[in-house]
Design a binder for this molecule. Structure first.
Ligand code: FUL
Length: 696
């Protein structure tokens, strides 16, 4: 196997500078220089912005017209500024997605910006973004979809030449490229120059991967190539945003190919891997990769983003977070707010490094040499490392604090130019003279971050239990991250029990039920409580240690729904209809498909109330359907004589899928009926996220 350039340098330097104790032998496979440089990127942006942004699609068919690409306020410098402010190190842009539209004026097809109204066809988005990245000190990467649903030649050898030519254009004209992203997806069907048919290709051979790799190596030798199978970096086998805790940067690469059915193994790598193939964790800040106004309220929460960071960068992966730039051509303000909240939280988590230069000792030091001493892990130099004697694969390293110190994070790094080694390790703390185990884990790799409950420790010890060879630990850091103070989520079950939850269980929650804004003097939340009458619950999260208070969340509840029953539906399975009155927005119920008249449901409230209004929450799934746009609401005291008390429109509900409240003049009722007079969809199939009442 070819030894990496970095290893040769290391070896050369070590031979010159140190005659007594040689460094441990590398454990192959080893990373190439370009893979090492990529690993230091850590966190960077994916941007999905292309034809789909204007057609509200995720996978365009290829039959779109360039005239549809028409951003009104496109500002690539805003994208770069946002990424920079968010703490990201680069941007990868969808230069061409599966629909084949090219964001640069390519010579290979007419299906590009040059035939769009944007900048009168004179624009080059790849150029603009590459310049913006340079201005903001960000690295620049390219996503180029091999699958092309527009190209008439797709499936023939001619298209492969076109694909390679597109790659050449992108890699020749826009400065240094750090990553080339090849998507493995291929659904077969497409427009294909008007043929509108399904075309199957062999993903392993059709694109001539060897030649594709050669083009990248020739034009951008420092760029890493991403695909399901590398060759340089791998997909992590999920788009949910995590790597497994055990995560080897090596894999038996020759077994893998795009569409590999054992893709879940990509989450952990292979302990007996033959090639260096580290994982990139890609996920979107919204449910979709492209911008859809209906997802404006579904930007990932701070706690979810924090978790994703710890489960990617903290699990030996890089974090590629997608920003679906909107149809104005800007990163949407909701996304910007969350990106900045994440940045702010991470800055706080890693504000004060506690292990730097403190006293550290180890159970074994390679050749008792200063060069491999335990102090190499907290000297702030990533090129030095603590190492053990040949044959010693289990050893401990201990940090001694002068005074008891609160700790809840540890960062560990192996010196990967010599290969990934650690297979099993534990972390313990000495608290008031007693040792307690904080965590038991498997791999470390380039970077591992563990979170644990705060300990007031006099010592912190890392026991490496098993490794593939002598240890090479380059860095260990300790931190005391503040509590994560996020907006409490207020929910109620069908019985009427209200729960207030926050991501960090050690944060206190205070609430009110009288409409006033809570403070830390309000009622402290200890356990779920009953709300069975019209009430607005407001809650805050509070960390007394740092005096940090969240904003206040607020939720209106009416009578509990425990005695409610859906007693009639115009079509669909009534047995399941309880899902529309279960006080749970994650569930929904829908009428049958293919119906040609408005659909309705009838609910028995179990008792008579004076109603002042009703509520309708639309379905929250990724691909919504049947949302009521025009409604008719009726009330009855006996379930026979109906009184239509309100009819009208839920304005903009499809794009902004938030709960709707409609008020009307008070009526007495035990039975309510909701009809979908006009719904979003081809037929009258009607969906219900949740239905509720406003009573007196
Ligand atoms: C997938 C694609 O099909 C999606 O549209 C998106 O680009 C995602 C990053 O990769 O395979």
């Amino acid at each position: 196997m070819k030894k990496s350039f970095i290893y040769l340098i290391t070896l050369a330097l070590s031979i010159l500078s140190c005659s007594e104790t040689p460094p441990p032998k590398p454990i192959e496979p080893l990373p190439a220089a370009r893979q090492l440089a990529w690993q230091e990127m850590g966190y960077y942006a994916f941007i999905h912005f292309n034809m789909n942004t204007f057609t509200d699609m995720e996978w365009g068919t290829g039959g779109e017209s360039p005239a549809q690409f028409n951003p009104t306020e496109l500002d690539t410098r805003q994208w770069a500024r946002v990424a920079k402010d968010a703490g990201m190190k680069g941007i990868i842009i969808t230069a061409k997605h599966h629909d084949g539209f090219c964001l640069w004026p390519t010579k290979t097809t007419e299906h590009s910006v040059k035939n769009s109204p944007w900048k009168d066809g004179k624009g080059d988005l790849i150029k603009d973004l590459s310049e913006a990245c340079e201005e903001y000190g960000l690295k620049f990467g390219i996503y180029l979809s091999p699958w092309d649903r527009n190209n008439a030649n797709y499936g023939q050898p001619e298209y492969v030449n076109i694909f390679h030519e597109q790659l050449r254009e992108l890699l020749s004209n826009y400065g240094p490229i750090f990553e080339v992203w090849f998507d493995g997806a291929n659904g077969g069907s497409g427009y294909y120059g008007g043929a509108n048919e399904t075309r199957k290709i062999d993903n392993k051979t059709y694109y001539e991967w060897d030649k594709t790799t050669e083009i990248v190596r020739e034009l951008q030798p420092d760029a890493v190539i991403f695909s399901d199978a590398g060759p340089d970096i791998r997909w992590v086998g999920t788009e949910e945003g995590f790597a497994n805790e055990t995560n080897w940067s090596i894999m038996r690469r020759d077994e893998i190919y795009p569409g590999w059915p054992r893709y879940k193994e990509l989450r952990s790598g292979h302990e007996d891997g033959t090639h260096w193939l580290p994982a990139e964790v890609n996920t979107s800040i919204r449910p979709g990769w492209y911008y859809h106004p209906r997802e404006d309220h579904q930007v990932k929460t701070l706690s979810r983003l924090v978790r994703t960071f710890y489960e990617s960068v903290g699990r030996n992966g890089n974090f590629l977070l997608n920003l679906p730039v909107d149809d104005r051509g800007l990163v949407h303000e909701n996304d910007v707010a969350q990106l900045m909240a994440l940045r702010n939280q991470l800055d706080k988590d890693f504000a004060h490094e506690l292990a730097k230069n403190i006293e550290v000792s180890a159970s074994n030091t390679r050749g008792n040499s200063d060069r491999f001493a335990p102090e190499m892990v907290n000297d702030g130099n990533p090129d030095t490392y603590w190492s053990t004697d040949d044959g010693v694969v289990s050893a401990s390293i201990t940090f001694n604090f002068d005074t008891p110190t609160e700790v809840n994070r540890i960062v560990l790094q192996e010196y990967i130019p010599l290969g990934q080694r650690v297979k099993q390790f534990n972390v313990s703390a000495e608290v008031e003279g007693q040792w307690q185990k904080l965590d038991e884990q498997t791999t470390i790799g380039y970077k591992r971050i563990l979170r644990f409950d705060v300990v007031n420790a006099t010592k912190i010890k890392v026991d490496i239990v098993d490794a593939k060879g002598p240890l090479t630990i380059s860095n260990i850091e300790l931190y005391h991250a503040p509590k994560l103070v996020t907006l409490p989520q207020i929910s109620r079950d069908k019985e009427g029990m209200v729960d207030l939850s926050v991501a960090d269980k050690s944060v206190e929650v205070f609430y009110t039920v009288d409409g006033s804004t809570p403070t830390p003097d309000a009622i402290k939340f200890e356990r779920p409580f009953l709300i069975d009458a019209p009430t607005t619950v407001k809650a805050i999260a509070f960390d007394g240690e740092t005096n940090t208070m969240s904003e206040s969340s607020s939720q209106y509840f009416d009578v509990a729904k425990k005695n409610w029953k859906v007693i009639s539906v115009s079509s669909g399975n009534i047995e399941e209809a309880g899902k529309l009155i279960d006080d749970n927005l994650d569930t929904y119920w829908a009428t049958d498909e293919g119906v040609n008249r408005p659909q309705e449901i009838v609910i028995d409230l179990g008792a008579e109330y004076t109603l002042k209004g009703f509520t309708y929450a639309p379905i929250q799934t990724r691909y919504p359907f049947g949302i009521i746009m025009d409604y008719e609401f009726s009330a009855s005291t006996n379930g026979k004589n109906w009184n239509t008390v309100s009819q009208g429109e839920f304005g903009n509900i499809v794009n902004n899928r938030i709960g709707q409240t409609i008020n009307f003049s008070p009526v007495r009722a035990r039975y309510i009926k909701l009809k979908g007079v006009r719904v979003d969809g081809e037929d009258f199939r009607t969906s219900f996220g949740e239905v509720g009442i406003i009573s007196e």
